[in-house]
Design a protein around this ligand. Structure first.
Ligand SMILES: Cc1cc2nc3c(=O)[nH]c(=O)nc-3n(C[C@H](O)[C@H](O)[C@H](O)COP(=O)(O)O)c2cc1C
Length: 175
């Protein structure tokens, strides 16, 4: 299975990066192909709501007018069977950089082969995940009709343990 991970953390050696590494290792050991996009190292602007991507019979349906690094992500989105959203919790939601990338999926409406999704969140405190989980459930599971392969969260001291992350995602990928 082709898996696309969108890492929304600006910290290269941080907690999100550790979870993404643990996930990637586990997934690759199970024979999956994993592409990781570190969205904070890309130039990905927010959606302009210009509807260029939705102009019917224009020859540019499903294409975003903005020629920034999201153009590298669109083919990966269309190829992937599973998407993993990985983010630090910022003010009870995703990082702004990840939110920009998520909003830009609007151009594709529904990525061609996506069937499954997973969510990985790290935070300072516990009980701060509802905002991100709400968006994941409604925009990804319900709207895109994706199968939930698991939500993994780690706060405070849990961020130091990679084994939990490995266990969770190896388990979720067995299907
Ligand atoms: C701008 C900003 C906002 C944050 N907001 C929250 C928050 O609302 N709740 C929380 O528990 N932690 C919050 N944090 C802490 C991070 O979620 C936490 O340190 C996380 O583990 C960082 O992940 P990283 O190492 O991948 O950057 C915030 C951190 C930053 C920089």
């Amino acid at each position: 299975m082709k898996i696309l991970v969108l890492n929304g953390s600006p910290r290269t050696g941080g907690h999100t990066a550790a979870m993404v590494e643990a996930f990637t290792r586990g997934a690759q050991e199970n024979g999956h192909q994993v592409d990781v996009v570190n969205v904070c190292q890309k130039k990905i602007a927010g959606c302009l709501a210009c509807e260029y991507c939705h102009e019917k019979h224009s020859g540019h349906e499903r294409q975003c007018v903005q020629q920034d690094d999201m153009q590298e992500v669109y083919p990966l989105l269309d190829e992937a069977q599973m998407i993993v959203l990985a983010s630090p919790v910022y003010h009870h939601s995703f990082s702004g950089q990840l939110q920009c990338a998520i909003n830009r999926i609007y151009a594709l409406d529904k990525p061609k082969h996506l069937k499954k999704a997973s969510l990985m969140l790290t935070s300072g405190s516990d009980h701060v995940y509802d905002g991100a989980i709400y968006e994941y459930q409604h925009s990804f599971l319900n709207y895109l009709h994706l199968e939930d392969m698991g939500i993994f969260t780690a706060h405070d001291e849990q961020n130091r343990s990679l084994e939990d992350a490995l266990y969770q995602f190896r388990k979720s990928l067995r299907a």
